[in-house]
Write a protein that binds this ligand. Structure first.
Ligand code: 5GP
Length: 182
């Protein structure tokens, strides 16, 4: 790609590839929940807001959106997995059909924390959706909808940042190792 940002190694998935997959994920979800009164999509800030916006607009069944925000201790590229809730849902989810919408699952710690936290609130059903999943074994949380499996590198774009930069690129790109490993 021309004019690639100097911090980027390569583009992993183009805008077209991402948009197409978001469309098919929305179709899968719509068919799985065809009989549900409505679905609650819970987007995890900040990374998932662009994915959630696109997924929500592609989703043809009744649904509402809400948000949570978590913070991980330490530097995000090297975090040891401890997470803390910093913004909670506006409404109870008891009796609702809930889908957690994440940008990316790496170790699975964040999704596991979210899953266990929300399960305790007694939703009618709880599923997980992530657009990207890194190539790892032994995740301790079920992933119901996965957009793409990607290599174990730091990626940016389509909502994903590095130190709050490069978040709004329309594609997903690999950050140069020297940028985050220095
Ligand atoms: P996990 O708890 O699964 O190890 O990590 C999940 C969180 O770490 C994601 O929600 C995301 O905020 C962050 N993360 C993991 N890998 C990447 C990556 O390659 N790029 C970016 N921008 N964030 C990532």
């Amino acid at each position: 790609m021309e004019n690639l940002h100097p911090d980027l190694e390569r583009v992993l998935l183009t805008e077209e590839e991402i948009q197409k997959r978001v469309g098919t994920l929305a179709e899968e979800i719509a068919s799985d929940y065809a009989d549900a009164r409505r679905v609650v999509l819970i987007g995890i800030l900040k990374g998932a807001f662009i994915f959630l916006a696109d997924l929500s607009r592609e989703l043809s069944i009744p649904h509402m959106v809400d948000f949570m925000s978590l913070s991980s201790y330490g530097d995000r590229a090297t975090t040891n997995g401890a997470v803390r809730l910093i913004l909670d849902l506006r409404k109870p989810i008891k009796g609702e059909h809930v889908i957690i919408v994440e940008d990316i699952v790496d170790t699975g710690n964040t999704m596991k924390y979210l899953y266990n936290t929300l399960k305790g609130r007694k939703p009618a059903s709880l599923k997980t959706c992530t657009l990207f999943k890194k190539d790892r074994e032994h995740l301790e949380v079920p992933l119901d909808y996965v957009g793409f499996e990607i290599p174990d590198v730091w990626v940016v774009g389509y909502g994903l940042d590095y130190a709050d930069r490069l978040r709004t690129l329309p594609y997903i790109a690999e950050l140069k190792k020297e940028v985050y490993q220095e």
